[in-house]
Design a binder for this molecule. Structure first.
Ligand SMILES: Cc1ncc(COP(=O)(O)O)c(C=O)c1O
Length: 411
């Protein structure tokens, strides 16, 4: 694609108007919305409103008058619309790590006689830690984590497995699982399925109800743009609602929290996944950020995402300076999420030098330069300019400067 064709793509981009709905710092190209989504103007306004008016003026009455108490559900319903879930099955609360712990425990409860929790060895570590913690708590005769290579997953779907838990889009490579197919195969063996949608929600069309998914978790702060540390979400298919009790009990998950009853009686349905008091500031900005999705189709978002990543890849591969960057993501755009990863022995320093030039990407240990594509804020020209800058950084070896080789705490 030549530069004129790239400009033409921007002129005919159906999502181009969305960019104005974000606060974007000038002089930067943001290829890291897969880590922390950019700031929607709606979220900025809501944060001000919450702090200055609701908390500042209306104080505790806001739990009722501004609907704070319902926010886990109202934000949950907005996410439900993005993941193909019918009403009353999605709730915003806690983090993925905590929600996954709750769900794995619930799955073991539902699966009497089965104890294996099956996952992928290169799953995001927190997912494996949560399962390991549960194994330690319950003992191996009630819970045994089995983490295998991606290519072994299908042959491990046997009758001893209680639950298969996977991340839909691999956090390093971006490789996509066939959620519908794997869910069906797992169900044929009586296995429950939990999906981690951290890198999928808001950027891939999903049909959780139609695909019969049992449970899912996902991030509020990546492609949903909810802000740093925004609450996660939890999806529980209605078919399971009457059959479990989640173990992290707390007053917010009680049937009537303001009766202050010392006896435990879980709220019905999805509500019992609540534990303690919701983080209203974070939850409110997430809720406002979700309004960005009101007037767009995720099919368009997905199409632009694959075009942006394919353009980035083609431009990288056309530059002699970048021949040492090795693609670690699927070449076929249909097989990956909204990111690309390239290995290079100096990828950390390259990433830091790139960031210093205004192109924000990230590094994933041991040697990956990771670039994410947020279709709501990026132009096709951004992609062209970012590869130009990457070629300059690598070609001129500016990344060799000492300052770019010192590891920061967060990479
Ligand atoms: C796939 C995946 N799961 C989980 C997490 C972390 O979840 P949390 O911090 O909400 O517990 C991340 C963070 O990047 C992730 O990429």
């Amino acid at each position: 694609m030549n530069f004129q064709q790239i400009k033409d793509k921007d002129s005919s981009d159906r999502l181009a108007h969305k960019r104005d709905e974000f606060h974007l710092p000038s002089g930067r190209i943001y290829l890291n919305g897969n880590s922390l989504g950019p700031l929607p103007r709606s979220a900025k306004l809501r944060a001000r409103e919450i702090v200055e008016r609701q908390w500042g003026e209306d104080l505790v009455a806001s739990w009722n008058t501004h609907g704070w108490i319902d926010l886990p559900f109202t934000a949950g319903e907005k996410i439900a619309a993005l993941i193909g879930a019918g009403p009353e099955q999605v709730l915003c609360c806690d983090s993925i790590s905590i929600n996954l712990f709750k769900l794995l425990a619930v799955c073991l409860q539902l699966q009497t006689g089965r104890r294996v929790v099956l996952s992928q060895e290169d799953n995001f570590p927190t997912d494996l830690y949560a399962a390991h913690g549960l194994q330690q708590l319950l003992g191996e005769n009630r819970c045994e984590l089995k983490a295998v290579g991606a290519d072994q997953l299908q042959q491990c779907l046997t009758e001893e497995v209680a639950v298969l838990f996977l991340t839909h889009v691999n956090f390093r490579s971006g490789k996509l699982h066939d959620m519908q197919g794997l869910t069906r195969q797992a169900h044929e063996q009586g296995i429950l399925v939990v999906w981690d949608l951290a890198h999928s929600a808001g950027v891939l069309p999903l049909e959780l109800d139609a695909w019969g998914v049992d449970f899912a978790v996902g991030c509020g702060y990546k492609f949903l743009n909810g802000g740093p540390g925004a609450p996660a979400f939890i999806y529980a298919n209605r078919k399971h609602h009457d059959n479990f009790e989640q173990p992290l009990r707390g007053w917010m998950g009680h049937a009537s929290p303001f009766d202050f009853d010392p006896g435990w009686e879980p709220a019905g349905g999805i509500a019992q996944f609540l534990t303690g008091t919701p983080s209203i500031l974070s939850l409110a900005t997430l809720d406002a950020a979700l309004d960005v999705f009101d007037d767009i189709a995720l099919g368009d978002v997905r199409q632009k995402s694959t075009e942006l990543s394919s353009l980035f890849l083609a431009l990288v591969e056309s530059r002699a300076e970048l021949q040492d960057l090795v693609l670690e993501s699927p070449r076929d755009a249909a097989q990956r999420g909204s990111q690309l990863a390239f290995s290079h022995p100096q990828s950390y320093a390259i990433c830091r030098a790139l960031n210093a030039e205004g192109v924000i990407a990230d590094f994933r240990s041991p040697d990956l330069l990771r670039v994410g594509f947020s279709p709501l804020i990026l132009t096709y020209e951004d992609i062209w300019r970012s590869v130009e800058i990457l070629a300059k950084v690598v070609g001129e070896e500016s990344y060799k400067a000492g300052e770019f080789n010192r590891r920061l705490k967060v990479t």
